[in-house]
Every structure is written in C-alpha cells, then in structure tokens.
Design a protein around this ligand. Structure first.
Ligand SMILES: [Zn+2]
Length: 315
C-alpha cells in the first residue's frame, strides 16, 4: 500500500509500506478520503517541538472509508461496511482503527465525504455550549470548525453573529442564517454591543486558537454568560484578563475532547445529524486533492486561497 510520509518540514513523499494487519479489537479500513486539519499545519511547517520523519500516514486523522479486514473481537463490524473512524495515520490507502472508535455510515451517506473527527468535535462542542433556541451567540473564527458551529447554532434556533476575516466564509455563514461581521479594526466589541442592544452574548465560541481571538471572544460575553474555547491552542501558554472574567462572572468551557468514548458519541451524533439533513457540511468542502497531491493540500491550508474553508484528500 502507499502511504504519505512527512519526511521533513514541507516535504511529503509517497512511500510503499506493508499493509497493516488488524489486531484483536481493530479493523482495517480502505481509506476513501481524509480531511486536512488546521491542527496539522504546525507539523507541516516544522515547528520545533516535532521530529521527522513522521510515521507513515501521520497526521491524517479525519478519515472515512470501507472496512477491508477485521480482527478478532471487533464488535460485529464486517468487511464491506462503509464507516467513519478516528485514526491517526490516514494519509494513506489503508489504516487501522480501534473498533470502539468506528461508526457505520448509513446507506444515504455512502460515497459522501465524511471527515469524522472535526464533525464529532463540533457536535461535542455544541453539547457543552449551553446554546438554546433564542440564545445570542457569537462565533469568533469562521474556519471549518467555526463554520460548522455556526450552522449547528443557527439550526438550534440561536441568533448567531459570525465573526471572521474572510468575506467568502462569512457569506456561507450568512447563507446558514448568521449575521456576518467582518473582523477589521478594533471596534468589534462595540459593534457586537450595538448588534445585541447592549446585552452582549449569552455564549461566545472562540474557534481560531489564537491569543487575539481569545481576548476578543472574552470581551463579547455578557455578565454570567459562557465562553466556549473550541480553537486549538497548541503553541504555548495564553494570558487571560482574569479581572474581566472574574468581574463578569463568566463560565469558561474548554471544549476540546480527549476522551475516546466522548469522541465516539460525537461521531454518532454527527452521522445522525448529517444523515437526517439537519447539518450539511458539503458547501464547506471547498478544495479536493489526490493523495499524491497532499503537499498541495497543505499549501492551500497554509495560504488560504480565496474561498478556502476545508481541503479533503482522496486516497
Ligand atoms: Zn482535525
């Protein structure tokens, strides 16, 4: 089988590697495709805390495909089942998954792109967000995750303000029912204050993973409101305005999930939402590449060409 190997920063090679055999409790999946995640960018760029070469297929973790072989005790999963899964070496033709992380795709979703991990993430963030019908919500950062959360919050009947730097992403957020707000200049708290008639937001979701967006998000939460940190803050410590957090008595939720059982629940919820037509991520899959074009997918992620939201790799 062929697997993509990140040999050194910005250098990807397709290499033949041995087809892995599923161990007890595992299945082997013929990968149809894999999402290219914003959280993969630091390893592509060569941040100093990574070493190289990376394992074959890493850091692909947003795969979907078809079960191709099953190990013992794999919980009734069968060869030929279309599935979505949480795996870690999925920039490859095949990958192994623990059966406990695999969710079957219903007939209506076979053949459709289904990068499961970020969809599960979005469902889990929503579960912890406290967003209700008529909640006033701001989403700060309208990349793929922010776009998904905007759609889910709109579908829940919330009033959603989508704050981002790119007009193309905001147009999609607007088409999902959100109020678009272009992040230019430093008067955003004032503009949100005006939009919410001086109330600010019940819930603010920070979905960009940067100090500046964390600072902005905290300024938009009303007294006793909720700040939900969905962005992936992976490049060192952050500072927070504890005086402001404290004075306003806000609830702060770190909505990243590390618990595999919770991930599995998130995946099941995502499959259910998309299958029922309550969530359509399709318009957000803006760029597609072959496995042999993975470098191009990373460059698109890095450069964000006009209209870019999410790249998929077809394996
Ligand atoms: Zn991801």
């Amino acid at each position: 089988m062929l697997s993509a190997v990140l040999a050194s920063p910005r250098q990807i090679q397709l290499r033949p590697v041995a087809l892995p055999e599923p161990q007890p409790g595992q299945v082997r999946i013929r990968i149809d495709g894999c999402g290219v995640c914003g959280s993969d960018l630091p390893v592509w760029l060569g941040r100093p805390w990574f070493d190289y070469p990376r394992a074959p297929g890493a850091p692909g973790h947003e795969a979907w495909g078809t079960i191709d072989a099953v190990g013992a005790e794999s919980g009734g999963l069968q060869v030929g089942d279309p599935v979505v899964c949480l795996t870690y070496r999925s920039y490859a033709e095949f990958d192994l998954a623990d059966a406990s992380t695999v969710v079957a795709l219903p007939a209506g979703l076979t053949g459709a792109a289904f990068p499961g991990e970020p969809l599960a993430c979005a469902m889990n963030i929503m579960r912890r967000s406290g967003i209700e019908r008529d909640s006033t919500v701001a989403v700060v950062g309208i990349g793929f995750l922010g776009s998904l959360l905007t759609r889910l919050a709109c579908a829940r009947g919330a009033h959603v303000i989508a704050i981002g730097r790119r007009a193309s992403s905001l147009e999609l957020a607007q088409s999902a029912g959100a109020e678009p707000l272009l992040a230019r200049g430093d008067d955003l708290p004032h503009r949100v204050n005006m939009l919410t008639h001086g109330q600010l937001c019940d819930v603010v979701i920070e979905a960009a993973g940067a100090q500046a967006t964390l600072d902005l998000a905290a300024q938009l939460v009303r007294v006793r409101g909720r700040l939900v940190i969905a962005g992936y803050h992976q490049d060192g410590p952050r500072s927070v305005d504890m005086q402001q957090w404290n004075w306003n008595g806000i609830d702060v939720i770190n909505a990243h999930e590390r618990d595999l059982a919770a991930y599995h629940t998130g995946l099941e919820l995502a499959v259910r939402e998309v299958a029922a037509g309550r969530l359509d991520p399709g318009p957000l899959f803006t760029h597609e590449f072959g496995l042999d074009e993975l470098s191009g997918a990373f460059r698109a992620l890095e450069q964000h060409p006009d209209g870019f939201i999410k790249a998929l790799v077809r394996c």
